[in-house]
Design a protein around this ligand. Structure first.
Ligand code: PEP
Ligand code: MN
Length: 358
């Protein structure tokens, strides 16, 4: 049974000030003291004050660069002391939490591969009990909203109130334009269930390529999310992980300046709400079209099979039972019977036409 989350909005964590978005930036991985100091100084020049770097890296294959570990926390500490920035990193175990607390890490996040593991999330939550450190929880690798919420609940039950979420998209077997499929509707649903919970978007891991960062960041703002976590490296071509999705601090500054932030002016509140709702509708429309395209692809395959085996295209029984089933399901979603009939007749006609063309 889902619980109420008792959380403090990101604006009251003492790290970020309006206007949106709150920005967290820094390299995928801490690689050397020099790389961290150069990147952090560049980001500070762009007005960014929350510095990220991965200390322990969860990699798909063993033998890839798995992070520098504790020595990296000393470099992070130097960023904090010498540049006056706040620092954050990913934790995946109780041991990571203790090391972070020892080195004065200001915020931690739970990575996508860890969120999906309730044992680890509980272990991390227990280690964070009685601390005041803010925690961001990335969505799990698979689009399971309850698993994501469950992780947030575990932390909240351990007393973490400076709590937020990071939407970084979902992995899929199919090859897709972005590295991870956005499935914005999952984050939108999280927002509608917990309006007080602050949400960041990670365009770097979602897009997987520098060229997609701007469009994803703008989409995130249009949907009304509070923050962005972006990977930035002083020399991306030499990055030991995620080289193709990192950008130099100057370019990140330009990207942020190009984003259109809708003003939270009270007089504009109604318009803003409508725009956010419209942006949500756009997401749903895109999903509808994607679903229709997938349906048509399968219909074509069936058509081919019918042709090869000399089977008639329209089989009345099959169509009647399909129609009855969708009408019933549609009514459970609050959809008018005639509307569902008309819609599916249109879909069916198009599908028959496609099979006829084979
Ligand atoms: C990261 O932010 O460095 C990271 C590993 O991201 P994710 O957990 O989203 O894959
Ligand atoms: Mn990364």
């Amino acid at each position: 049974m889902a619980k109420i989350l008792d959380t403090v909005p990101v604006w009251d964590w003492g790290f970020f000030t309006e206007p949106k978005p709150c920005v967290i930036a820094g390299p995928c991985s801490a690689e050397s003291e020099e790389q961290l100091m150069r990147t952090a100084a560049g980001l500070k020049e762009q007005g960014i004050h929350m510095f990220r770097a991965g200390i322990w890296k969860p990699r798909t294959h063993p033998g890839c660069f798995e992070g520098v570990g504790v020595p990296g926390l000393k470099w992070m500490q130097k960023v904090k002391q010498e540049l006056g920035m706040k620092i954050c990193t990913e934790v995946a175990s109780e041991k990571h939490v203790y090391e972070c607390l020892k080195y004065g890490v200001d915020l931690v996040w739970i990575g996508a591969r860890t969120t999906g593991n309730p044992f680890l999330v509980q272990e991390i939550a227990d280690a964070l009990r009685d601390t005041d450190i803010p925690v961001l929880v990335k969505n799990p690798m698979n689009p399971d909203l309850d698993l994501w919420i469950g992780a947030l609940e575990r932390l909240n039950s351990a007393g973490v109130r400076k709590l937020g979420a990071i939407h970084r998209g979902f992995s899929s077997y199919e090859k897709t334009r972005y590295r991870n499929v956005p499935q914005w509707q999952v984050a939108v649903e999280l927002r509608s269930r917990y309006p007080e919970l602050s949400i960041f978007v990670d365009p770097s891991h979602m897009g997987g390529k520098r060229e997609y960062l701007a469009e994803i960041s703008q989409k995130s703002l249009d949907l009304g999310f509070e923050g962005l976590m972006v990977e930035s490296h002083c020399d991306p071509s030499c990055a030991l992980s995620d080289a193709g999705q990192q950008l130099v601090p100057d370019d990140l500054g330009k990207l942020l300046a190009s984003l259109v932030v809708r003003t939270p002016d009270i007089a504009d509140a109604a318009r803003e709400t409508i725009e956010q709702l419209r942006a949500q509708i756009d997401v749903i429309d895109e999903n509808l079209l994607y679903a229709l395209g997938s349906r048509m692809k399968i219909s074509r395959q069936i058509g081919q099979y019918k042709k090869d085996n000399n089977i008639a295209i329209v089989q009345a029984n099959r169509w009647d039972s399909l129609l009855a089933a969708v009408v019933e399901k549609g009514s459970s979603y609050g959809l008018d019977e005639q509307f569902v009939r008309n819609l599916f007749n249109l879909i069916h006609d198009a599908s028959v036409q496609t099979q006829n063309e084979l």
